[in-house]
Design a protein around this ligand. Structure first.
Ligand SMILES: [Cu+2]
Length: 457
């Protein structure tokens, strides 16, 4: 077993081959101890503890540390005995302060700038010779072809057709967790974690009474464990208790859809908020018996926050910031994963006279949306995504919490552009905007005025 540091920009240290999910755990690696501290809570600091006599190790294997090129590595070194120690990564130009005395510790963070097979060691004279030395492997960045500005935004029309009338059955659902560098905004990319390569994940559609046969695969080039929690499922973790999947692995289970409604699903691997913030959320509709009334268009929209290390609008390759996440200070708010996803890239399209239904959910992970379509009134609303009570009618703005959803329906009477917003409108300035473009004949009886350029047109 080796201590390996996968993508620890937020100080996660993962132990290859150790099943540590869900608990803080001490794992004895023989000569070196790795302590997962406060694993489910804030910080998730991995500790390397040097027990008594560590510097007398002869011929014993020191932990192999791994990271990917460009990633931030954070380590805490704890002194297990009285002598002075430090840890040096000479090829990364990094050296910790010395720690003196039992229990003393130091934390260092550095970016793994070079890829290759390197060593780390203690620079106190004689300690390296005595065995305080280990391997530090930095895997190269993926080739540039895989980090072009991929459009990770799911199109709002990308959802399966209605189920309608049929008997309950078993429905196989395949999800693939993929970590991908994608376009966050013009000139800015972000390291997304996704279901099936897009944000939000695929829209899943079943009917009440169906059994979902979920198969979750984790891409072999993932750095993280991933999982899925269905809010539509009844049982531990909404499935996540049975569906924690290592990179390259696959797990499956079945669960029965007992209650109709629109539900969120999301990755539930610690730090859960990070996995959600990086894009791992989607919606599952459990249709009531007989299905929903016919409409002309159905759209799939989800809201989320992006906690990038670089500020809103700054160009470059943005990395996730755990500090901003924990302080609930997102740089970006987005519909369908990126700035412009529902304006420039994939606007919603309809015609005068059409009826539309928007399946709207909030991945979050932290902010409640005040969902509103400027220039429209929701004729019918399945509030909070519930479908066992009649819809409410004639609604302007909907409060949709993180991990919550809503179904809205309305008819289009007047041509023009209708703007999808969170009516906490400061978020529009951080990227949260969508457009429903409606073509057709004017309807002066309902709206009679000259629309100014750029204003709803
Ligand atoms: Cu995940």
């Amino acid at each position: 077993m080796a201590l390996s540091a996968h993508r620890i920009s937020n100080a996660n240290i993962y132990l290859d081959g150790a099943d540590f999910f869900g608990k803080a755990e001490e794992i004895d690696l023989g000569s070196v101890k790795a302590v997962m501290s406060d694993f489910q809570g804030l910080g998730m600091i991995g500790l390397i503890e040097l027990p008594d006599g560590f510097d007398k190790i002869e011929g014993k294997i020191n932990p192999v540390l791994t990271a990917s090129e460009g990633q931030v590595v954070q380590l805490t070194l704890i002194n297990g005995e009285g002598a002075e120690h430090d840890i040096v990564f000479p090829d990364q130009d990094t050296k910790s302060p010395r720690v003196t005395g039992k229990g003393a510790s130091t934390t260092i963070a550095f970016r793994a700038t070079k890829s290759g097979d390197f060593t780390y060691f203690c620079s106190v004279p004689g300690h390296r010779l005595a065995g305080m030395e280990g391997q530090f492997i930095v895997t190269p960045r993926p080739s540039p072809q895989t980090v072009v500005e991929a459009d990770i935004s799911r199109e709002p029309g990308d959802l399966p057709p209605p189920i309608g009338k049929r008997d309950p059955q078993t429905v196989r659902v395949d999800l693939l967790s993929v970590e991908v560098e994608g376009r966050l905004a013009e000139g800015t990319t972000f390291g997304y974690w996704t279901f099936n390569g897009k944000v939000p994940g695929p829209f899943i559609r079943v009917r009440v009474g169906d059994t979902v046969d979920i198969h979750l695969k984790n891409s072999a080039d993932s750095a993280m464990i991933h999982s899925v929690d269905f809010h539509a499922a009844t049982g531990p973790g909404g499935g996540a208790a049975a569906l924690q999947v290592d990179p390259g692995g696959e797990k499956s289970m079945t669960w029965k859809a007992l209650v109709p409604g629109l539900f969120v699903y999301h990755c539930a691997t610690p730090m859960v908020a990070e996995h959600i913030a990086n894009g791992m959320y989607g919606l599952i509709l459990v249709e009531p018996e007989g299905g929903l009334p016919h409409v002309d268009h159905e759209f799939y929209v989800m809201q989320g926050e992006i906690y990038s290390d670089i500020v809103f609008g700054q160009h470059g390759s943005a990395e996730f910031s755990v500090d901003k996440l924990l302080n609930e200070r997102p740089e970006y708010f987005v519909f369908n994963g990126s700035v412009g996803a529902l304006t420039k890239l994939h606007p919603l399209e309809a015609k005068v006279g059409d009826t539309v239904r928007i399946f709207f959910g909030v991945g979050g992970p932290n902010y409640t949306s005040s969902f509103h379509v400027i220039g429209e009134i929701f004729d019918k609303v399945y509030n909070l995504g519930g479908m066992t009570t009649p819809p409410i009618e004639g609604i302007q703005t909907l409060s949709v919490p993180p991990g919550g959803a809503v179904i809205t329906e309305f008819k289009l009477d007047v041509p023009g552009n209708y703007t999808l917003v969170d009516h906490a409108l400061a978020r529009m300035e951080r990227g949260l905007l969508g457009v429903l473009h409606v073509e057709g004949s004017k309807n002066p009886e309902i709206y009679n005025g000259e629309v100014m350029p750029g204003m709803g047109h």
